[in-house]
Design a protein around this ligand. Structure first.
Ligand SMILES: [Zn+2]
Length: 319
């Protein structure tokens, strides 16, 4: 049973907003697009696993997707955590096309695509770290039961070829194609046949993990070293991407393609929330939407919760 379903990660929403709001000529623009492509591939890879999770999502297993926990070293993220009464299973999903060559000697993965070689961080080291951190986290949060924690790298694209420079049997134990996941879980069921937790304790652990979820709070402008003045202001046309649309008679008009839209400002407000701040004053959003009237701005902000009075009034625009 999938208990915690993934939503479009905040980081992807952020990068999408930045890609809309940075000039193409900006020095960080290409990096933003590259990071966005990587994050989207990762997200689609995780979604592709859902089909196989359906085979195992019965009463025995509780499944958490996109779990983000905090320990003294900072945040750690688990793509998929499968919880049973006998063991926990961490899945690290990799959506990488081409041929993946695992090199356990140098702890690296080489991707070969179109005769080009590219090195990736070793996902086997990654799952080892996640296992250690999750075990410690569970112990420190007063779950003293010594439940085994297993981990696997799941390659989500069925066309990706998996190879190893040495120890192929060892790699095959830890790296699988998604279609093999249900069989792999069956073999873990045989390996860990005795229950460490009662069903009640298992559900309690899952509830606790969900409650301790940490939200990602990245400040994108600091992270990418972008000045707020470099962010493109204005309402963007969804048809031709022109900025800014003009407000006329309660509608947004695009001077480039002549289309009109009633709600085009909503995406601009969301972009502001993602990139700059989750709360705004009338004056701030008026400038960002390139409006001249505070009364119009007030009308557009009316659906949002607010506190404070007059010029100090702040609207909560986070999604
Ligand atoms: Zn347009």
């Amino acid at each position: 049973m999938i208990i915690k379903k993934r939503s479009l990660p905040l980081e992807i929403q952020l990068l999408e907003a930045l890609s809309r709001r940075l000039p193409v000529s900006h020095p960080k623009y290409t990096l933003i697009l590259e990071n966005l492509a990587k994050k989207r591939a990762g997200y689609h890879g995780e979604k592709a696993i859902d089909y196989y999770l359906d085979f195992i999502s019965n009463e025995k297993y509780l499944i958490l997707q996109n779990l983000r926990l905090q320990d003294e070293k900072g945040y750690f993220q688990i793509d998929i955590l499968i919880v049973s009464t006998c063991f926990l299973l961490i899945l690290e999903v990799k959506n990488i096309i081409g041929t993946l060559v695992f090199d356990p000697q140098f702890h690296q993965v080489i991707r070969i695509l179109d005769n080009k070689e590219e090195a990736f961080p070793d996902p086997l080291l990654q799952i080892d770290r996640q296992t250690t951190r999750l075990k410690t986290w569970i112990q420190e949060h007063s779950y003293t039961h010594n439940i085994p924690v297993e981990s696997l790298v799941v390659v989500s694209n069925p066309h990706t070829i998996i190879k190893a420079t040495t120890k192929p049997q060892l790699i095959a134990q830890k790296v699988i194609h998604s279609a093999y996941l249900p069989s792999k879980i069956k073999s873990l069921e045989i390996l860990y046949s005795s229950a460490i937790l009662s069903t009640k304790e298992m559900k309690k652990l899952v509830r606790y993990l969900i409650r301790k979820q940490e939200d990602e709070q990245k400040k994108p402008l600091d992270y990418y070293n972008i000045h707020p003045n470099e962010i493109i202001k204005g309402v963007q046309c969804s048809r031709c991407r022109f900025v800014p649309m003009n407000r006329q008679h309660g509608l947004w008009f695009c001077p480039a393609c002549a289309s009109s839209c009633k709600s085009a400002h909503i995406q601009a407000i969301n972009d502001y929330a993602l990139i700059i701040s989750s709360t705004v004053t009338n004056q701030e959003i008026k400038q960002f939407l390139c409006l001249s009237s505070s009364a119009t701005t007030k009308r557009l902000l009316s659906p949002y919760a607010n506190s404070g009075v007059k010029k100090q009034r702040r609207y909560v625009i986070s999604q």
